[in-house]
Design a protein around this ligand. Sequence first.
Ligand SMILES: Cc1ncc(COP(=O)(O)O)c(C=O)c1O
Length: 391
Amino acid sequence: MLPTQSGGPGAFDQFDLNRVPTPCYVVDVEKIRSNLEVLRAIADRSGANLLLALKAFSMWSLSELIEEYLDGCCASGLWEARLAREKGLAEKSKSKILSTYSPAYRSTEINEICSLSDHLIFNHPGSFGVKQASEAGVSVGLRINPEISLGHDPKYDPSAENSRLGYPISHLSEEQISGFDGLHFHNLCEQNFSPLDKTWRKVEKDLGNRLNQFDWVNMGGGHHCTREDYDRDGLINLLVEVSKKYNVQTYLEPGEAVALDAGILVGEVLDTMNADKDHALLDVSATCHAPDVIEAPYRPALMGDLDKGEYRYLLGGSSCLTADCFGEYGFDKKLKRGDRVAFLDQAHYTMVKTNTFNGVPLPSIALWNSKTDELSIIKKFGYEEFENRLS
Ligand SMILES: Cc1ncc(COP(=O)(O)O)c(C=O)c1O
């Protein structure tokens, strides 16, 4: 079980959960802005370019805000690349950078991906598409596997045994490097600075002077750099050191750090029952609306959870999956039908991963401004979303 990374409810403890329909993701624009301010300061002080990892958070209704602070986006393939360009998350006309990496590319998509991307990153030196990208004038990068395992869990560790993510650094020859403009590694997940430092020292030890051949070095994501206790000075010093020593432009691809603690998932208690333990049956679902709860797994923080609460409930989701349970939580009174609950830190890796398993409705999406208290429901989903994905 991974630890929850939520730093608490923040301004959401002032938010009346009855103001939104359920299920609903509520995103606080001001918290996104304050995360972006931290990230901009890192970029300004280090000279690095910071790209939003769309796989974590693709909220294009906030594109103006995101473009105000970040240097562009990183995409995982054609659709995210299109979204970045078409929805103003990384506009070409504003010289925003779009970097695309996928473990492999389709021949039917490579030309369009090349036309959208500034950087195209490949998983190994012989990957399909390197030639097309070079001919199209795209800056080509190679993702390496730095072969230094620093993750909490092999599932989220690109250096884990038998990883398919990136070319093993120990296999890399001088000749293989020569065809690439940039180097990419992504080796972390929700981590502080020290594992990045260790990863870089390993890369530097293995590649030595060969690092001089690159125009850019992209250190991927997984940096929890908007968390209170993150060593931001350490990160900035490293980025400055790398760019000066090897004369490269550095890049980071934060995803989670952009939206950390910026959203909640609000649900309603539909029923309660006792089956050895007390259960509250909700209209939100871990497997449909917060799948990392089961995949990671982890127990999300709950607004108002009382460690020593007299009334303890297993908060269960609305699908048929036995494991569709958020966890056990404490309350100071009995739960009843109609009560609202809110899981914290639910803006990243949630909206981008939802599904309608069991015909469970998708959560609405609301934007809230914790400074002005302005609230708008920006998206509602209906039965058609479910029907349209089936045939
Ligand atoms: C290549 C790459 N870049 C960036 C990210 C974003 O990571 P995070 O959201 O943890 O910052 C990921 C996440 O898996 C990734 O695989």
